[in-house]
Design a protein around this ligand. Structure first.
Ligand SMILES: [Zn+2]
Length: 120
């Protein structure tokens, strides 16, 4: 279950920031590309299990933003977003496609329990 190690990585990157500033984390915004094949429920479950060990994260909520795989077809000129890789253009079947995105995995920002929102 690779969601558990991803959740561990998220906690490890957020925790030092929270501890350094001594702030309690309210929300953690994570950007994940579809190629990472993350199951949102499994990730949230793992995150919730790990966060209980850390007082500054106990009330943190995980907000997951999914990034689709984007393709630009060099033959028919169409652009498209896919939830899973298919290797060819869905319009003309060409394999002459420039792919981008979908492989992201990072903490976009965190929100803390004050009036301010912390960017990172
Ligand atoms: Zn095409």
């Amino acid at each position: 279950m690779h969601e558990y190690s991803i959740a561990t990585g998220i906690v490890n990157s957020v925790l030092p920031i929270a501890e350094e500033r001594d702030v309690e984390v309210k929300k953690v915004f994570v950007v994940a590309g579809v190629l990472r094949a993350i199951m949102p429920d499994a990730l949230r479950f793992s995150f919730d299990a790990i966060k209980r060990r850390h007082p500054l994260l106990t009330n943190a909520e995980l907000c997951l933003k999914t990034v689709l795989l984007h393709g630009e077809c060099a033959d028919c000129g169409k652009g498209f977003d896919l939830e899973r890789p298919m290797g060819v253009c869905p319009y003309c079947g060409s394999s002459n496609v420039e792919w981008s995105g979908g492989n992201e995995l990072f903490v976009e920002k965190i929100e803390i329990f004050t009036d301010n929102q912390e960017e990172r």
